[in-house]
Design a protein around this ligand. Structure first.
Ligand code: SF4
Length: 214
């Protein structure tokens, strides 16, 4: 059984896949407490649904692209079986993970979008650094959510330390919603000389920051 907050079809709002139709499987629960978390509603509740029922709901949405997210999806052991089942059925599978749980046992056919928690999140100490060494340049992406200048400086240091420009398919810089001036982030990135990608959360631009199931 999986503990599931919601399953829905929408437009992928982040990563290099932004703008594509996507089915989201949002699993319940997260061991972290990022200060700026925008999905606290996943911390509790949820519905226990069998793997086969989750698969049936995903099939009904008929999207080639499926994202398994949370909360922290990898905190549920059954999530690894779900990912394998989705890959077995030929879906293009994205895993959005907060970076605290090891990605070692994630099915190799899935693509990992790995958060690195910056200092302003309050969860920097829980980054599981071996996850960065497992990134694959042909498919995995790494994301820094930036709340201030200190976070950007931290991101630059981690990008250099792990050679992320070459180790990952994309390095995503995502400003915290309404916490930092977008013009500042754009300036920092454009003047850095780094091959990184600024991303805005498209779903929030379309439906607003509080909307769920989109
Ligand atoms: S890891 Fe993600 S879901 Fe968990 S607290 Fe941080 S932002 Fe929220």
């Amino acid at each position: 059984m999986l503990r599931v907050t919601e399953i829905f079809r929408s437009i992928q709002g982040e990563s290099t896949h932004a703008g594509r139709p996507c089915t989201f499987v949002r699993l319940t629960g997260c061991p972290m407490r990022c200060v700026w978390c925008d999905s606290e509603y996943t911390f509790t509740g949820g519905e226990h649904i069998s793997l086969e029922d989750v698969m049936q709901q995903v099939r009904a949405y008929a999207c080639k692209l499926v994202e398994v997210t949370g909360g922290e999806p990898l905190a549920q052991r059954e999530a690894f079986t779900l990912i394998k089942s989705l890959c077995d059925e030929g879906y293009e599978v994205l895993i959005e993970t907060g970076g605290y749980v090891s990605t070692e046992k994630v099915d190799g056919r899935a693509s990992v979008i790995l958060d690195v928690k910056c200092p302003a999140s309050g969860e920097e100490a829980r980054n599981h650094w071996p996850n960065l060494e497992r990134l694959r340049a042909d498919r995995d992406e790494v994301k820094f959510v930036i709340a201030d200048r200190g976070d950007w400086d931290y991101a630059r240091e981690v990008i250099a330390r792990y050679d992320l420009e070459h180790r990952a398919k994309a390095v995503l810089i995502s400003p915290v919603w309404e916490a930092v001036a977008l013009t500042d982030v754009a300036d920092w990135i454009s003047s850095s000389g780094l091959d990184v990608r600024m991303q805005l959360q498209m779903h929030k631009q379309i439906w607003g920051a509080e909307a769920r199931g989109v």
